[in-house]
Design a protein around this ligand. Structure first.
Ligand code: PLP
Length: 334
């Protein structure tokens, strides 16, 4: 199966499964799971942070961060297209009594500081208390550069806000910028990292932050039903992913560029050629029946989501040869 729907579809390789099978485990709620403890210790070093927490998903890690930074009646500022606003079921409001204040994302995925400043509420009982700015990197595949992150840090310090990064794909940003991951994460008070996307672990995310923040998040994780017991088999997979699958993300990016190039040569498709790391965005004209095309290709074990704005994602399950197979099948069926 060649699956372009998302980098979440990656499956654990045999080596990873072997490591999961042999992972030492214990009850993590008692702090007894050696593999979870090892992953969290590894993360402290790898990201150069005070503390780290293994979470069941990116959604959970983001929610824990919001609930650790904000109290009931506080608000966080984020992008209109931020995952932790648009794609997480309104969790911050539903479960944290935290109000989102979305700001339209700029074309490059960033948030304009003038617009953010205008949305910060004065200390007045009419308003929620603005506590936190939440950014996302990469966002829609686009990379926020280091200059922007430095400015964001200066901005939140000036305005007495905390700064969170939804870093589900922060390693893609680091790969694209050719930087160590800590050069990205060091600007933030908290960061969520997905192990289960391009890094190829089956389950799990990390939340990074200060000891105090992680202690609070750990408490909320238990309250939300996320206190896992013998989670070490999953943590071991996560550590394997961090140790083995971050360097290769550049291959996904070059495969995405190759895919964009190939697709742009097929008439009827309009491909966004700007840098979108491991994602290719395209639109198509009326001559193309996308639903039928998706069904035809599915019969050849090639899968993509047939939406109006196509998003094709490259990941460790897709090779350059797979892209050739896809382009060939596409050409044959339009
Ligand atoms: C996938 C994703 C998440 C959430 O991760 P899940 O593990 O699917 O809950 C959060 N933020 C971004 C940007 C994502 O792409």
């Amino acid at each position: 199966m060649i699956d372009f729907r998302s980098d979440t579809v990656t499956k654990p390789c045999n080596k990873m499964r072997d490591i999961m099978y042999h992972a030492p485990v214990g009850d993590d709620v008692y702090g007894d799971d050696e593999s979870v403890n090892q992953l969290e210790a590894y993360a402290r070093l790898r990201f150069n942070v005070a503390d780290a927490l293994f979470c069941s998903s990116g959604t959970q890690a983001n929610l824990l961060a919001l609930m650790a930074h904000c109290e009931r009646g506080d608000e966080y500022i984020c992008g209109q297209s931020a995952h932790n606003y648009k794609f997480e079921g309104g969790g911050a409001a539903v479960l944290g009594s935290i109000q989102p204040q979305p700001i339209e994302n700029e074309a490059d995925g960033s948030l304009c500081f003038t617009k953010i400043a205008a949305a910060i509420k004065p200390d007045d009982s009419h308003f929620a208390k603005t506590r936190l700015l939440s950014l996302e990197n990469t966002i829609g595949g686009k990379v926020l550069g280091i200059d922007y992150l430095i400015k964001a840090r200066e901005f939140v310090d000036q305005h007495n806000l905390a700064l969170h990064l939804d870093g589900a794909r922060a390693f893609n940003a680091a790969a694209e910028l050719n930087l160590d991951i800590s050069d990205i994460t060091k600007h933030f008070d908290s960061v969520s990292i997905c192990l289960s996307k391009g890094l190829g672990a089956p389950v799990g995310s990390l939340l990074l932050g200060s000891e105090q923040l992680i202690a609070k998040a750990r408490r909320w994780r238990k309250v939300l039903g996320g206190g896992m017991r013998q989670a070490g088999m999953l943590a071991a997979a996560g550590q394997y992913a961090l140790e083995n699958n971050t360097q290769r993300l550049v291959d996904d990016h070059s495969n995405a560029r190759y895919l964009a190039q190939q697709l742009s040569e097929i008439s009827g498709f309009e491909v966004n050629m700007s840098n979108t790391t491991n994602m290719v965005y395209a639109t198509f004209d009326n001559s193309i029946n996308i639903t039928k095309l998706a069904a035809d290709l599915k019969a050849h074990d090639i899968v993509f989501s047939p939406s109006k704005q196509l998003r094709l994602v490259t990941h460790l399950g897709i090779t350059k040869a797979d892209i050739d197979t896809f382009i060939k099948a596409l050409t044959a069926h339009i």
